[in-house]
Write a protein that binds this ligand. Structure first.
Ligand code: GTP
Ligand code: MG
Length: 438
């Protein structure tokens, strides 16, 4: 799930979670660390006549939310995006916003197939609610006036997608989801269109997974760090999305860190208690093993230098050096080309650093240093060593300015740019360069 702040990513997941779960029921929806697993039978139940579970051989869908502060770029795996399919959530009233544009760019760069959930259709004035109904059914209940407004709002989104370089249409008119983006009107509030969204996702998942994927759910696990977090009683822990294989409570793992691969022994594998919300709930259940695809919290020593977006690999019966080399190679894949002259770049995760570096490359802005981490006084010191005035700058994506770094920057005439939208950072920096050249 990705999209602009407040467009309804979490609400959509909450609706999918809440609309079916009867406690203790077989195949209930389970809450993972940073993710929600919806088994096939539940998809069938929510989607009603739109999905026939017997037609699919997938176990279900694992949804990963990306909270406001959390860029989708964190969700990377070797050679691209971790997610097989993305759901771009767009508020029908707001249309495309800065983070929507950013999301589209990332989806295009990583060639991730996606659908658009055009959310909050219930806010169209005069909308008649048919709770949890498929969209065609609910549209029949609307007046001509409402339907006209509905069409206008959706065509606006289709137009914006076209400006962004994607041909799209109402999902029921899309023949080939590879060349056309399906737009699914939904309401996270009333549940309308949710059956349609699940049906489209299942169809896409089945097709893409069958063609290009083979998931091994028994071998040594492979995952991506979603977040590095302090957890009371456990010290520094990793929230990990496991996309392949298994992790066991007695495994040794290799994790990407600031100073290269970290080798450590798992101390505990933690799952949130049933129905508990991970961001507010701190009580976990210890498990012995977890299999892909899943979200899990890993407690282990020496994780302080681990970085969000970095790879995690289980060693198990493999040669440790090989696994370290593997993690090293994946870290090197995002190593940024830096030169002697250029700006200093800081970003919150490995993936966002990669996206920043791509954007700067495109804009032909050279970098002298590019790192994951907050803006520290030593970054300011670094920026003062350049000769050209236009490179006396630090660009920070989703990071804090530490200690007296801000004061020092001001004293030393180093320009600091901060934003949580990449292209805004680039634009602001370009504005600064123009000022200098004037
Ligand atoms: P961030 O995580 O901050 O990026 O936001 P989000 O995209 O997860 O949005 P969230 O689900 O928190 O929803 C934002 C607000 O919109 C909340 O007040 C929701 O109640 C409201 N909202 C979400 N979906 C709908 C909808 O379909 N209809 C209406 N009327 N309100 C909605
Ligand atoms: Mg949210």
């Amino acid at each position: 799930m990705l999209g602009h702040v407040d467009h309804g990513k979490t609400s959509l997941l909450d609706k999918i979670r809440g609309s079916t779960v009867i406690e203790g029921e077989a195949g209930a929806i389970t809450q993972h660390i940073g993710a929600t697993a919806v088994p096939l039978d539940v998809v069938g139940e929510v989607a009603g006549s739109l999905v026939d579970p017997t037609e699919f051989d997938l176990p279900g869908l694992l949804f990963i939310d990306t909270p406001g502060h959390h860029s989708f770029t964190t969700l990377r795996s070797r050679g691209g995006a971790l997610a097989d399919i993305a759901i771009l959530v767009v508020d029908v009233n707001d249309g495309f916003q800065p983070q929507t544009e950013e999301a589209i760019k990332i989806l295009a760069d990583s060639e991730t197939p996606f659908v658009v959930a055009a959310n909050k259709v219930d806010t169209i004035p005069g909308w008649q609610v048919t709770e949890d109904a498929p969209i065609q059914q609910t549209l029949e209940a609307q007046s001509d006036r409402v339907e006209q407004q509905f069409n206008e709002k959706l065509y606006e989104i289709i137009g914006e997608l076209s400006d962004a370089g994607f041909t799209s249409d109402f999902y029921w008119r899309v023949q080939d989801f590879r060349s056309n983006v399906g737009v699914v009107p939904v309401s996270a509030m009333t549940g309308e269109g949710i059956p349609d969204l699940l049906a489209v996702l299942m169809g896409l998942a089945q097709r893409y997974m069958k063609e290009d994927m083979e998931i091994d759910v028994t071998g040594p696990g492979a995952g991506t760090v979603l977040e590095v977090k302090e957890e009371r009683g456990f010290g520094t822990t990793l929230d990990v999305i496991l996309y392949d294989g298994t992790v066991r409570a007695d495994d040794t793992v290799v994790v990407g860190g600031v100073n290269g691969p970290i080798v450590t022994d798992v101390r505990a594998l933690l799952k949130p208690r049933p129905l508990a919300e991970i961001r507010t709930e701190s009580r976990f259940e210890k498990v012995d093993e977890i299999a892909a695809a899943a979200g899990v919290k890993i407690a282990a020593p020496d994780l302080d230098d681990a970085i969000a977006g970095a790879p995690v690999r289980v060693v198990r019966n493999r040669d440790l050096d090989d696994v370290i080399a593997d993690v090293q190679a994946e870290l090197a894949e995002v190593a940024v080309d830096t030169g002697e002259e250029g700006v200093v770049v800081k970003a919150d995760t490995l993936g966002s650093l990669e996206a920043m570096a791509n954007a700067l490359d495109e804009a032909e802005i050279p970098m002298m240093r590019a790192e994951v981490g907050d803006i520290a006084p030593r970054d300011v010191a670094m920026a003062t060593t350049v000769e050209e005035e236009e490179y006396r700058a630090i660009l920070g994506f989703n990071v804090d300015v530490l200690g007296d770094a801000a004061d020092r920057a001001e004293q030393d005439d180093v320009e600091v740019f901060e934003s949580d939208v990449i292209y805004q950072l680039v634009e602001e920096y370009e504005g600064f360069v123009e000022e200098i050249e004037r």
